[in-house]
Design a protein around this ligand. Structure first.
Ligand code: ADP
Length: 566
């Protein structure tokens, strides 16, 4: 409204000034033209009228023109004047308009009269023997001008009042429409995405309103989609068996599924610190580590619910914080244990009958009664029962190591001792295969934390394999070298090697590269699996390196003792 008033006021003033100026100029031009015509007529009359005296003519012309009339001779001497006595008047020859008129042209000038002190318009015309002049007082023009100025003022004022009324109505109308947009924006800001302006106008404000409506509709649709997928996700997470909990950077609970609620005695409260609901240090550490290092972290926890074991996987969330999934391993571990127990029991139960079969077979073989044919069958029975016995022994060993039942007597043992032990035990057997056992120890002074018997078992399995599958190499190297903070032991042969696709599965139970050959050489398919579980129980790692036709290496690591304890 204020802007409207300002514009209307400025327009009225500009109009006043412009109209006034144009009017003045037009009036002035008209007066000048008029005066010129009258001066020419005056000159003509001075020339032609022989009946009246010059003084009469001057007086008459001055009256007719409403101006002062003057006649001069060529020297500038005033011959007649309509308002003064000519004889008392000074010489007019140097006046600008008379200079032009005496030179034969119409002379015009505008200046203040010396006698009256008001601006006059002077027009002089040449006559034979001098010049005539009419002088018109310009304040006359202002008098003619005033009614126009008054009319203009009233016209402007009424236009102003009318414009103000129109502006008031218009600004009220626009203001009301803008207020609707403001109300709409406030509703949207308060979260009401169903708000619409619903304007039917097609002007700029209408277009803005339509664009805002369209944007809000889009946002509402996107929001609905996000809500739907969030609900779907919630339903999915709530129907999961695994417990899921999400925390922010400060470790406050952001979300927990139903399984998590059921798991804890006190249901987790949103925004409360996770530590108020769960105290398990391994679980809390895994979540903290995932959030801090931005990496997936795993842990096992036993104290969230007494008697139950959980596998915890914590992953970082994009906006900070972490989400943890707890999988109940209790049932799986129970089943795993019963499977191991079953295998151990069966193996155990088979031991006695197998020993008996082996005993009787050997007794019969020793008896002189058996003929060659019978001996051949008895030999087959002995060989197979020996294989079955090895199998049951290996199964029992594996079950014991895997279940953690086997207690290891961890001591500080020197690497050299372990290697020497292994070589001594197999020197003769190796020789029978035509194979030399060599030691390659780059850390002879180092000691490792290990159960001597168990490590011997690993070396036995690896050397036996070397002899069985790689005797053609004629040499097997037993070695030790430092690897990070531990010691890496290895058994390297120069036999046929193993192709790379078998390497990842070599340490699985009963995995054999060549089944027939393994069986023929008395293998059970459990040697490497047992080695793996012993190494894992020592918190070490085991791997195989091999290339077809270039031999194989089996390497395992053990933790080294601190130097001061060496
Ligand atoms: P097995 O009782 O059959 O020897 P292992 O678990 O000890 O069972 O070995 C698994 C398989 O790995 C073997 O069947 C054999 O095919 C392969 N293997 C193990 N050691 C060697 C080696 N030194 N050279 C070639 N192949 C080997």
């Amino acid at each position: 409204m204020f802007v409207f008033l300002l514009v209307i006021g400025a327009t009225a003033i500009t109009l006043q000034l412009t109209v006034h100026r144009v009017w003045e100029r037009t009036l002035h031009e008209q007066i000048e033209r008029n005066l010129k015509q009258k001066a020419v007529m005056f000159a003509y009359r001075v020339e032609a009228d022989r009946q009246h005296t010059l003084a009469d003519i001057t007086a008459q012309e001055g009256q007719a023109a409403g101006a002062r009339a003057t006649v001069i001779d060529p020297t500038g001497k005033v011959l007649a004047d309509s308002e003064s006595d000519a004889s008392t008047m000074e010489n007019h020859g140097h006046r600008k308009e008379f200079i032009s008129a005496l030179s034969g042209q119409l002379g015009v000038d505008e200046r203040k009269s010396q006698t009256l002190g008001v601006p006059f318009l002077y027009v002089a015309a040449p006559v034979s023997g001098g010049a005539v002049r009419l002088a018109y007082p310009l304040p006359e023009m202002e008098i003619t001008d005033r009614p126009l100025a008054v009319a203009l003022f009233w016209g402007s004022l009424s236009a102003f009042v009318f414009a103000v009324l129109v502006a008031a109505v218009a600004s009220h109308y626009v203001g009301r429409r803008l207020q609707r947009i403001v109300n709409f924006a406030e509703r949207v800001a308060a979260g009401d995405l169903t708000a619409r302006i619903a304007s039917t106008a097609t002007d700029e404000i209408g277009k803005v309103a339509a664009a805002l409506d369209k944007t809000t509709r889009r946002v509402e649709e996107s929001y609905a989609r996000v809500q739907t997928s969030q609900r779907e996700l919630e339903t999915l997470l709530n129907s999961m068996q695994d417990a899921v909990v999400a925390v922010d950077v400060d470790g406050r609970i952001q979300w927990a599924n139903r399984s998590m609620d059921r798991l804890l005695l006190r249901a987790p409260r949103l925004n409360a610190p996770l530590i108020d609901s769960v105290r398990d240090p391994d679980f809390l550490a895994a979540i903290q580590k995932a959030a801090r290092d931005q990496a997936v972290t795993s842990a096992h926890s036993n104290t969230i619910v007494t008697g139950r074991t959980f596998d915890v996987t914590a992953a970082p969330m994009p906006g900070g914080g972490a989400v943890a999934v707890l999988r109940d391993l209790t049932e799986t571990e129970r089943m795993e244990k019963s499977r191991r127990d079953f295998i151990a029991n069966v193996s155990h139960e088979l031991r006695t009958p197998l020993t008996s079969i082996q005993g009787y077979t050997e007794t019969l073989l020793d008896s002189p009664l058996a003929d060659n044919h019978v001996r051949e069958f008895l030999e087959i029975i002995r060989k197979n029962s020996a294989r079955m016995s090895r199998l049951t022994e290996d199964l029992l060993t594996l079950a014991r190591v895997e279940s953690g039942e086997q207690r290891f007597d961890i001591q500080r043992v020197s690497t050299e001792e372990l290697l020497q032990d292994a070589r001594e035990s197999f020197r003769e057997v190796a020789r029978s295969y035509g194979v030399e056992l060599e030691i390659e120890n780059s850390v002879p002074a180092a000691r490792v934390n290990a159960d001597r018997e168990a490590i011997h078992q690993i070396f036995s399995n690896l050397i036996e394999n070397g002899l069985k599958y790689a005797a053609s190499g004629k040499k097997i190297i037993l070695g030790a070298r430092s690897a990070g903070s531990g010691v890496e032991f290895y058994v390297r042969d120069f036999g046929p090697g193993i192709s790379s696709e078998h390497l990842p599965r070599l340490f699985e139970r009963f995995y054999r590269v060549d089944k027939a050959r393994s069986r023929e050489s008395g293998g059970t398919g459990l040697g490497l699996a047992i080695a793996k579980h012993i190494v894992l129980a020592h918190e070490g790692t085991i791997r195989a390196e091999s290339e077809l036709h270039h031999g194989s290496s089996f390497l395992f690591t053990l933790t080294a003792c601190a130097p001061d304890s060496v």
